[in-house]
Ligand binder design. Structure first.
Ligand SMILES: NC(=O)c1ccc[n+]([C@@H]2O[C@H](COP(=O)([O-])OP(=O)(O)OC[C@H]3O[C@@H](n4cnc5c(N)ncnc54)[C@H](OP(=O)(O)O)[C@@H]3O)[C@@H](O)[C@H]2O)c1
Length: 339
């Protein structure tokens, strides 16, 4: 076990921040101190951790002095401003936001797949964690890539309100209540259209070519985590009226043959994966089965007969667990051994 470390949590009051508090409580990593930070709006509030009420403060000059490592789960602009300042004060950063994910000298890590990449953290003092969909898909696609060489992935991600933060969860709650009570909800909010009883085929901001930054990011993050620069990825991200639990419908093409039965066996032996695939009994992954589970659930694994070496599968996970907090804390555990 590593020596006790002093940790700061930036964005402690958010959805990911609260899940990180839980994950730190479940981790065997010994903490000498835990400092909670959020925006000035939350300064003065208190959050419970390990039986103690800890105060929340806003980040300020000197906040990271004497802190070994910080987990950032705040917006990207906060990470861009404060992560370099934290490292200048001697504090290594594990970042959940998209700010540094694709920087060539910042490791982007899913420990089950490329954990050793954490060793490169000193270049910028930052290790990045992928977006929720990329983290979950990496855990499943990593073993398939190692066994048969992934060439192309077509993924439709079904993203719950929670993957857009606490304001989106409140929006879905409010809209569902309004509609159930015969009232037309106020338009807009964290999701650009009504989400309740609807599907919104926009996650992130549109780029000039019609994709969104989230769809482009998914491909780039998968290539980086899997170490597969030539992997072709086509993604469509849809916001769905589910509070927690994300899903992805995946079609994959591999260079070498990997029949569905062999892929299923391989995934059963892969770390961080649970195979739920007994269709005759109605067993397959669903968001309600994934919430509060650190594992990535996979099922509906079948041969895609429309192409050579094609596979189809459904991947489901808790976007706040393996999609964020669990992955962040796993990275922190590896980092702690290097500090
Ligand atoms: N949600 C997911 O499934 C998921 C998955 C992977 C990665 N991520 C990434 O994780 C990050 C957090 O997401 P979330 O869903 O937890 O969002 P959220 O629920 O909206 O929480 C945002 C957090 O950031 C804090 N914050 C905002 N402005 C700040 C500032 N100027 N200084 C310090 N703290 C500030 C907020 O504090 P206040 O409460 O005081 O406003 C809150 O604690 C984002 O970068 C997101 O892209 C999210």
């Amino acid at each position: 076990m590593s020596k006790p470390i002093s940790v700061a949590l930036v964005g402690a009051t958010g959805l990911v921040g609260r899940a990180v508090l839980d994950a730190l409580g479940e981790s065997s990593l010994p903490l000498s101190r835990l400092t909670l930070l959020a925006s000035a709006r939350s300064a003065g509030t208190r959050l419970e951790h390990a039986g103690a009420e800890l105060p929340v403060a806003a980040p300020a000059e000197g906040a990271f002095r004497g802190v070994d490592a910080a987990i950032f789960c705040a917006p990207a602009e906060v990470a861009r401003e404060w992560a370099p300042r934290a490292w200048a004060e001697g504090c290594a950063v594990v970042d959940a936001s998209p700010a540094f994910r694709l920087e060539p000298d910042v490791p982007l890590v899913v420990p089950e797949v490329n954990g050793a990449a954490v060793d490169g953290f000193r270049a910028r003092g930052v290790v990045a964690s992928p977006g929720g969909a990329a983290a979950a898909l990496s855990v499943v696609l990593g073993p398939l890539h190692a066994a048969a060489g992934l060439e192309r992935v077509v993924a439709t991600t079904l993203e719950p309100a929670a993957s857009a933060g606490h304001r989106a969860v409140q929006q879905l709650e409010r809209e569902a209540m309004d509609l159930m009570n015969g009232r037309e909800p106020e338009p807009g909010g964290a999701v650009p259209h009504r989400l309740a009883f609807n599907l919104v085929p926009q996650v992130g901001a549109f780029l000039e070519d019609g994709r969104t930054d989230a769809e482009e990011g998914l491909g780039a993050e998968l290539r980086k985590v899997l170490g597969a620069p030539g992997l072709r990825v086509a993604a469509t991200a849809v916001r769905v009226p589910v509070f927690y639990g994300q899903a992805a419908v995946v079609n994959a093409a591999t260079a070498r043959a990997l029949p569905a039965a062999a892929a299923r066996d391989l995934l059963r032996r892969s770390p961080g994966v649970k195979v739920l695939d007994a269709t005759a009994e109605g067993v397959y992954p669903m968001p309600m089965l994934a919430v509060n589970d650190d594992a990535v659930l996979v099922g509906r694994v079948r041969d895609d007969r429309s192409q050579e070496h094609g596979l189809e599968l459904v991947v489901v996970s808790d976007e706040l667990r393996k999609g964020a907090a669990t992955n962040l804390v796993q990275i922190l555990e590896r980092l702690a051994a290097l500090l």
